[in-house]
Design a protein around this ligand. Structure first.
Ligand code: C2E
Ligand code: CA
Ligand code: CA
Length: 596
């Protein structure tokens, strides 16, 4: 776009220069046609002086030259006017040349009047009407041309103003998204070597939404304005506002006084300065992602993607942070994309399967239940663990068909064990997305009746975090499921620091102590006390307690001493397939016993 505009300007300029030079030539020949003139020699200087006025870049030289050139003609005319025909033939070029030098100004008109001035002294040999006619002609042409260029200049100025406005963010006066995308296009037009100098910082205010929610949009806007000013005061490169609370800085590292790391640090320091809003002090931090044209970064699109990934990483790592892009971020994003696009096919092709981890009564060592854990045997990626694909499935809502698949296959397994004489309660993990967007109650009821399973044989595990994300929905759905007779476990208990107030409202049967507490309950007094407190809490709320991730004898001992009797963990069993569980069950008298 810039090139196109430049091209248009160049060609228009060439035309003007051409007219200007023609003007000089015509006037010069007219002057040489008067060999007896007293100014004969001085007239020669008209050409270089006019050229100087046009081609010298200094405005002072231009003004002096133009004034000199016109004065030569006017004074020459006063001394002895040229033939009157020159007025209508060649002198018309003179004001036009002045107009080219000073477009949109009155100087062309002034020059025309002064040029005509000498002829009113020496018109004895000329018919007055002819002279007046020629004068009117030259004044009219000059006047018309002057007015035209005046309008042209004004509309050009207006256009520049509009263009400037359309590239400026209305709120912060920084350059806006349009300017940003133009800059990115411009980056793409550079050579590979040139591009390498540029570094992109993407900046996002942390929890800005809270400012809007608590203080209102008006104060949110004020904060954004102040933040924009702070960004600008760093003066590190071109600064853009590219979204609500998103900003970008494009740094030319070869020109910038400070490197991108220093800029990021400055942004952090400046953003952490408290803001005064509504007589209140507001603190807000910023997260920053930084990317450069390293190997593998071929276009501005790649650059933005990389900076975005780094920004995302900065957010994940707790905000108020700046992170440089690394290839591993791209790899894991690409893996996520791959997973997202392959889950559907995986369900269709039976690539998923369930394993079951026994829950053990630590007093007797007998298996009292099992947790169903999902696995994916991907044809190319191999065995994919749930911590890789469950979050993706949740964010794409593919957890809905997948979760239904799990529920159904767990029930098929329960039913098949039942046929073999093994009555083993199985719990399945359910994610918050399922509670919110699926008919969990309908699904559970339907599947229980399809496979003729007693509700006591099925349990649901849901993490404390996902319950707390939407307590209202969780309470209403879980209550109904529990009323069917299906036990509800709160998974990973203790990591979300939920308020007790909310916890007592929840329809929960089983509390699962998170592995992180179990890990160090044998080695740290503090953690042992925590585990003890969690157990007491669960008891007081009439819940059964299950400890997760027991790996050591000493952890088992502590748990037993503190009054937790059921646990799962590698110390007892790793997750097993259906047959493995069946074999284990036959060894377990208590499970066998329940059969009768
Ligand atoms: P979780 O529900 O907390 O499951 C326990 C995880 O800890 C399982 O990992 C299990 O294999 C592992 N584990 C058990 N005992 C030990 C131990 O002694 N040491 C160690 N280091 N690990 C132990 P897994 O199977 O990889 O599952 C990870 C998470 O994925 C689960 O955490 C659960 O939140 C989720 N998940 C698994 N299957 C499903 C499913 O069908 N649906 C949903 N929504 N989530 C699932
Ligand atoms: Ca679980
Ligand atoms: Ca867990």
């Amino acid at each position: 776009m810039l090139g196109e505009r430049l091209g248009r300007m160049v060609s228009w300029n060439t035309v003007l220069t051409f007219v200007y030079v023609i003007g000089i030539v015509v006037v010069f020949f007219t002057l040489t046609e008067h060999p007896d003139h007293v100014w004969r020699l001085i007239y020669f200087s008209f050409v270089p002086v006019m050229l100087l006025a046009r081609f010298n870049s200094s405005p002072v030289v231009k003004n002096i030259s133009a004034f000199t050139a016109i004065s030569i003609l006017v004074i020459g005319g006063v001394l002895s006017p040229l033939h009157v025909e020159v007025i209508e033939e060649s002198f018309i070029f003179v004001p036009l040349m002045v107009l080219i030098l000073y477009p949109g100004k009155v100087w062309a008109m002034v020059a025309a009047v002064f040029l005509l001035f000498p002829y009113f002294f020496g018109f004895e040999n000329v018919p007055v009407e002819d002279l007046i006619e020629d004068c009117i002609e030259i004044l009219l042409i000059t006047g018309f041309a002057s007015v035209m260029t005046m309008f042209q200049q004004r509309s050009h100025k207006l256009m520049l103003g509009y263009r400037e406005e359309s590239r400026t963010d209305y709120l912060t006066n920084l350059e806006n998204r349009l300017a940003y995308s133009n800059a990115l296009k411009w980056l793409d037009s550079l050579s590979v070597g040139e591009r390498k100098k540029y570094i992109l910082l993407l900046i996002d205010l942390d929890d800005f939404k809270r400012v809007n929610d608590f203080l209102g949009h008006h104060y949110g806007d004020i904060l954004l304005k102040q933040f924009a000013q702070r960004l600008e005061s760093i003066d590190s490169g071109r600064t853009y506002r590219i979204g609500g609370d998103e900003f970008a800085i494009l740094i030319d590292e070869s020109e910038s006084m400070v490197g991108s790391r220093r800029v990021a640090e400055l942004i952090q320091v400046k953003s952490l300065n408290p803001y005064r809003l509504l007589n209140r002090t507001v603190n807000i931090s910023a997260s920053i992602g930084i990317a450069s044209f390293n190997e593998g970064t071929e276009s501005s699109e790649d650059l933005v993607r990389n900076a975005d990934l780094a920004l995302y990483q900065a957010k994940v790592m707790g905000k108020n942070n700046y992170i440089f892009f690394e290839q591993a971020m791209l790899d894991s994003r690409q893996l996520e994309d791959r997973i997202a696009s392959d889950i559907g096919q995986g369900i269709a092709d039976d690539q998923f399967f369930l394993v079951y981890q026994p829950k053990v009564d630590m007093r007797t060592g007998q298996m009292v239940g099992a947790e169903a854990l999902l696995r994916w045997r991907h044809p190319e990626l191999g065995l994919v663990t749930p911590d890789k694909f469950i979050p993706v499935a949740e964010s794409t809502r593919q957890i809905l068909p997948l979760g239904k698949w799990v529920l159904e296959h767990a029930c098929m397994q329960i039913s098949s064990w039942k046929d073999a004489g093994v009555y083993l309660p199985v719990s399945v993990n359910v994610s918050a997305v399922q509670l919110e967007h699926d008919d969990m109650l309908g699904n559970v009821r339907g599947i229980l009746s399809d496979y003729e399973i007693e509700p006591e044989l099925l349990g649901i595990e849901i993490t404390e975090t996902s319950i707390m994300d939407n307590v209202e929905i969780a309470v209403s759905v879980l209550e109904k499921i529990r009323d069917v007779g299906v036990a509800i476990s709160v998974d990973d208990f203790g990591v979300a620091y939920s308020s007790l107030n909310q916890l007592v409202r929840l329809p929960l049967n089983i509390l699962k102590i998170d592995k992180s507490f179990v890990d160090s309950c044998h080695s740290s007094q503090r953690d042992r006390k925590l585990v003890s407190a969690i157990i007491q809490l669960g008891r007081n709320l009439n819940m059964d307690i299950v400890a997760e991730g027991v790996e050591l004898e000493s952890q088992k001992e502590v748990l037993l001493e503190e009054g937790c009797f059921v646990a799962q963990g590698f110390y007892f069993h790793r997750p097993l397939d259906g047959d493995g569980i069946k074999k284990l069950a036959f060894k377990s008298a208590s499970v066998q016993g329940k059969k009768n």
